[in-house]
Write a protein that binds this ligand. Structure first.
Ligand SMILES: Nc1ncnc2c1ncn2[C@@H]1O[C@H](COP(=O)(O)OP(=O)(O)O)[C@@H](O)[C@H]1O
Ligand SMILES: [Mg+2]
Length: 263
């Protein structure tokens, strides 16, 4: 069995902190000496933008070296990897063309497993400790592909009224996914963008704790403007502002993800 674990960050709710959590957990793990490959699977390209400036991102999106073309041509993803400027951290970028990925998949044979086949060589090569996938805010054939290729799922949830709404859909979808890949594990729910002073936050936490058999990660990610400033500079927050609160929180979350995710 390969040592490389594939972890997908997914939640059909937009703005729940998927891209931010994926980027920062990835960076923190790379800082701990783990070899990380980030896969941006969302047409919004937010994960790519977390590490490359806008000009470079647009260039990558215009080229044929991105996830869209790899899937369209059903090629080994090895040729689609870019190095970031950080040690131990590589990236397969996205493009706005991903808006038509569902259409591309539709006509393909065994369409749930296209990504799994394209990523197989990288996984078997054991070069990476973790491959982290940033999912789009949808529940369709493409996210099915992401989950069919993954060992684990992390669900980032925003601590807000609408953050919880829709979580039931996510779990229903997971039931469907598990009929195809029963081994997929839910690593846990990561609470993001929390304002722990608010009573509402406490209520959110209570509601989440009622979920049966689902781990809620101990490290809660609180709202921190340093996160947005870091994103504005295409940098992970722990690099942009090493001693910020969120840098510490993401590092702790990364440790939890690695602890449970390496199993
Ligand atoms: N810890 C945080 N503190 C402040 N803002 C955050 C934090 N995490 C995410 N955000 C902001 O919330 C928005 C949604 O986050 P994002 O990661 O893009 O969610 P998703 O990928 O689920 O759509 C972004 O504008 C991002 O800057
Ligand atoms: Mg996103």
């Amino acid at each position: 069995m390969s040592k490389t674990k594939i972890i997908c960050f997914a939640n059909n709710k937009g703005g729940s902190g998927k891209s931010t959590t994926c980027a920062n957990v990835g960076y923190c793990l790379s800082q701990e000496g783990k070899k990380i490959l980030l896969l941006d699977a969302d047409m919004q390209m937010n994960l790519t933008l977390s590490f490359f400036n806008e000009e470079t991102v647009l260039e990558m999106a215009r080229s044929e070296k991105n996830i869209y073309w790899a899937i369209k041509k059903q090629e080994d993803l090895t040729e689609y990897i870019y190095n970031t400027s950080y040690e131990n951290l590589d990236m397969i970028p996205s493009t706005t063309l991903m808006s038509s990925i569902e259409y591309e998949l539709f006509t393909k044979w065994q369409r749930e497993f296209i990504l799994r086949k394209c990523i197989e060589k990288i996984k078997q090569s054991d070069v990476y400790d973790y491959i982290l996938i940033d999912a789009p805010p949808t529940l369709g054939g493409w996210v099915m592909n992401l989950l069919c290729a993954s060992d684990h799922l992390v669900i980032p949830v925003e601590a807000s009224p609408w953050g919880l709404f829709g979580l039931a859909n996510m779990f229903e979808f997971l039931e469907d996914v598990r009929t195809i890949v029963p081994a997929l594990s839910v690593l846990g729910v990561a609470i993001t963008k929390a304002d722990t002073r608010k009573n509402y936050y406490k209520q959110t936490l209570e509601t989440l704790k009622e979920l049966k058999d689902v781990r809620i990660f101990d490290s809660v990610i609180r709202v921190d403007s340093a996160v947005e400033w870091a994103q504005d500079n295409s940098m992970p927050v722990a690099y942009f502002k090493k001693y910020s609160r969120s840098a510490t929180e993401y590092a702790l979350l990364a440790r939890e993800v690695a602890e449970y995710g390496s199993r």
